[in-house]
Write a protein that binds this ligand. Structure first.
Ligand SMILES: Cc1cc2nc3c(=O)[nH]c(=O)nc-3n(C[C@H](O)[C@H](O)[C@H](O)COP(=O)(O)OP(=O)(O)OC[C@H]3O[C@@H](n4cnc5c(N)ncnc54)[C@H](O)[C@@H]3O)c2cc1C
Length: 451
């Protein structure tokens, strides 16, 4: 066995970012993934001139993502959207611009006078964080009131986590809000300070000319035959020389050894693998809840959509009583997403507050979307093309107690020499956070192998 060989299980963005960085650090790496193609939650489908995305529609171009794109050699394919592109929130059946800056919080038609007074006075009503873990909803109600929770903060949370604000932990899901209250007694003061220090420059929103899968394909190409698709790891075992993996795939089942092992799978899959070696760790990993999401991409003839679609798309507060959580106007964000006479939009349903959505079949989900958005966007004919994805366990929920779970995972892991984990359930679900985590994990593996 090569003493500097590492196996990464999982070829989503977390595993691929980790694997490519390991290779750059001079480590021999192999990647196994159970699926047909690398990418995990990210895939792009081309259909009659439309570019449908199965999960993420874009990403914030963080410095780590820039590095990864550079290493994968697909920088020339990058397309960027204007970060000031307007977003909307539905209130009373009408789309209203979402406030994108502190002054616009005071002029927005989304909020009434008393909420605006609460925003204005918040810097002067200093407070300290409550003891223990506080839910995102309790925090927003305590600092700003119910209207802001229902019509601004709540929809935002469903856009990022597909989460339930009553259950999400403030500290784990939005750590900077908790930090600002702790340091300045006020989130508005904190936000202004971090802006002043240049910490809060809104990163560019980006994708690729041929969709999100471009990045995954470019990394996979770079890694070449180090990646094996359709190889599911069914068990792992710690031995004197490192880790032994039992794999089943297109070829016969085989056992493979490695000096270090990275699990870049979802938490529930990692739980099954570590169960025989570390029961406590498995229990903690299995205890991270996931929310289901249905993704519906729909192509319309442009003449059948009356709305100008001038922006990113819109979010839907639960009080509007629609099942659609949010809509991205893909063809307004990036060029080349659909034929010139058409419009492409992608809708998200389900999440932690509506897990029953997946009880519907694909046709019913698509009809639900058409019914929900048809009225809002004044759509006069059915879509000419559509694709539905059902993610049973789409996004990990950073609920109350999440920070303790992550600390326990890290603690238990330190006793398992040569085993590492990375993924979207640890330090943030965004693609940028997954890449950052993947790079850090690669560095941790390299340090371990050098010892
Ligand atoms: C609907 C939706 C919309 C989103 N929108 C955005 C967005 O707009 N912007 C953004 O930044 N982020 C977004 N995200 C979040 C982001 O896409 C994910 O957090 C990220 O892609 C997760 O990557 P990952 O590699 O950690 O996990 P995954 O993509 O889940 O990859 C895990 C991989 O592990 C493999 N695997 C599992 N078990 C085994 C096993 N036993 N053996 C071998 N292989 C195994 C799986 O096949 C899979 O390929 C969105 C997510 C969803 C679901």
């Amino acid at each position: 066995m090569n003493p500097r060989q590492v196996i990464v299980v999982g070829a989503g963005i977390s595993g691929l970012a980790c694997a490519l960085r390991l290779r750059e650090l001079g480590v021999t790496v192999r990647v196994f993934d159970a699926a047909e193609n690398p990418g995990g939650l990210i895939s792009t489908v081309q259909h009659e001139g439309f570019l449908f995305e199965s999960g993420p529609q874009s990403f914030q171009l963080t410095s780590e993502l820039r590095e990864l794109i550079h290493s994968a050699g697909c920088g020339s394919e990058l397309v960027e959207a204007d970060p000031r592109t307007p977003r909307y929130i539905l209130r009373g059946g009408k789309l209203r611009p979402a406030p994108m800056s502190p002054p616009s919080l005071l002029t927005t038609s989304l909020l009434g006078l008393s909420s605006k007074v609460r925003i204005l006075s918040e810097p002067f009503r200093r407070s300290q964080p409550v003891a223990g873990d506080e839910s995102f909803a309790d925090f927003v109600r305590r600092k700003f009131g119910t209207e802001i929770l229902e019509h601004l903060a709540g929809p935002f949370v469903s856009g990022v986590f597909a989460g339930d604000p009553e259950k999400l932990s403030l500290r784990s899901s939005f750590p900077s809000l908790a930090l600002w209250e702790e340091e300045y007694g006020s989130v508005i003061r904190g936000a202004m300070k971090s802006r002043g220090q240049g910490e809060h420059v809104r990163p560019t929103l980006a994708s690729f000319k041929m969709g999100m899968a471009t990045l995954l394909r470019a990394i996979a190409q770079e890694l070449g035959d180090a990646i094996a698709s359709r190889v599911a790891v069914s068990s792992i075992q710690h031995g004197p020389q490192g880790w032994m993996l039992r794999c089943s795939g297109s070829a016969n089942a085989e056992t493979v050894s490695t000096s270090a092992l990275v699990l870049a799978t979802p938490a529930y899959a990692a739980a099954k693998l570590v169960a025989p070696s570390a029961e406590g760790l498995a229990k903690t990993l299995a205890g991270i809840p996931y929310a289901p999401v249905a993704v519906v991409a729909q192509g319309y003839r442009r003449e059948h959509v009356r709305h100008a679609l001038n922006g990113f798309g819109f979010l839907v507060p639960r009080t509007e009583k629609l099942r659609t959580l949010g809509v991205t106007w893909n063809s307004s964000l990036f060029p080349g997403r659909c034929p010139a006479d058409s419009a492409l939009m992608t809708c998200f349903l389900g999440g932690a507050t509506d897990p029953q959505i997946l009880a519907l079949d694909d046709g019913q989900i698509a009809n639900q979307v058409h019914q929900d958005i048809g009225r809002v966007l004044q759509i006069s004919a059915p879509p000419v093309a559509q694709h539905v994805w059902r993610h049973n366990r789409a996004l990990p929920q950073y609920n109350l107690g999440h920070a303790q779970k992550v600390a326990a995972i890290r603690d238990d892991l330190s006793a398992l020499r040569g085993l590492f984990i990375t993924g979207n359930y640890l330090e943030g679900p965004s693609i940028g956070s997954c890449v950052l985590q993947g790079f850090r994990t690669a560095q941790g593996v390299q340090d371990y192998l050098s010892r």
